[in-house]
Design a binder for this molecule. Sequence first.
Ligand code: ADP
Ligand code: MG
Length: 228
Amino acid sequence: MADIDEIICAKAAGKSYLRGEQSVQALKSVSFTLSRGEFLIITGESGSGKSTLLNLCGALDIPDSGQLTLFGADVSQLSDGQLSALRKQHIGFIFQDFHLIPVLTAIENVRYALDLRKVEKATEKAGALLAAVGLADQRDAKVNELSGGQMQRVAIARALAGNPTLIVADEPTANLDSKNKESVMALLKNLCQQHQVAVVLVTHDRSLTPWADKLLVMQDGKEQVTHE
Ligand code: ADP
Ligand code: MG
């Protein structure tokens, strides 16, 4: 599956939620494709459907109208177990508030993700991943003693543990100052360009849009503008 160049293909994908007895159409119809090495930024007002769309891209949920294929597989045809396997094998997740284990060191946080995947030589590999995000000298620091930018870089190293072809990131720079914001974006861009990873990043921050190869501006559950 990882050999497929087209990572995501959405065709009029939609998603509704039930709120009480009322159906809320969080996502009305979104169509786009994302290939290896491409950086997609999804932006738009609060409530426009960004997180709903990101959940679909991360195989955390499936559309209830239209179609979404991930790595060539129609997600609506997959069981929960198959979706979970797909996440574990192909997708790395990055969050606004990092989701690190605060009492563990940087290297222990990354090692944990490698251990879950039964990767051999996990300590050595975790050290290499931390070095790749510029944190070789912080490997034994407790993560709650690191700066926000450093924590997000640990989280990126952890997201890389499964050697993903797709990274989905929900507001990864929202808690960072402008210098750290820049370094996190440069790191993600480098993953696209040097390692052919595809990135989907949701942000409120319009100043980030120049980093994107593709931009999806969401408005009321639909795409407002798409350009490359
Ligand atoms: P954004 O991330 O752009 O703020 P969301 O995708 O979170 O937008 O939400 C889009 C719309 O769907 C909003 O009106 C939101 O209230 C609604 N929504 C999102 N998730 C749920 C849910 N689990 N149950 C009910 N309504 C939801
Ligand atoms: Mg959201």
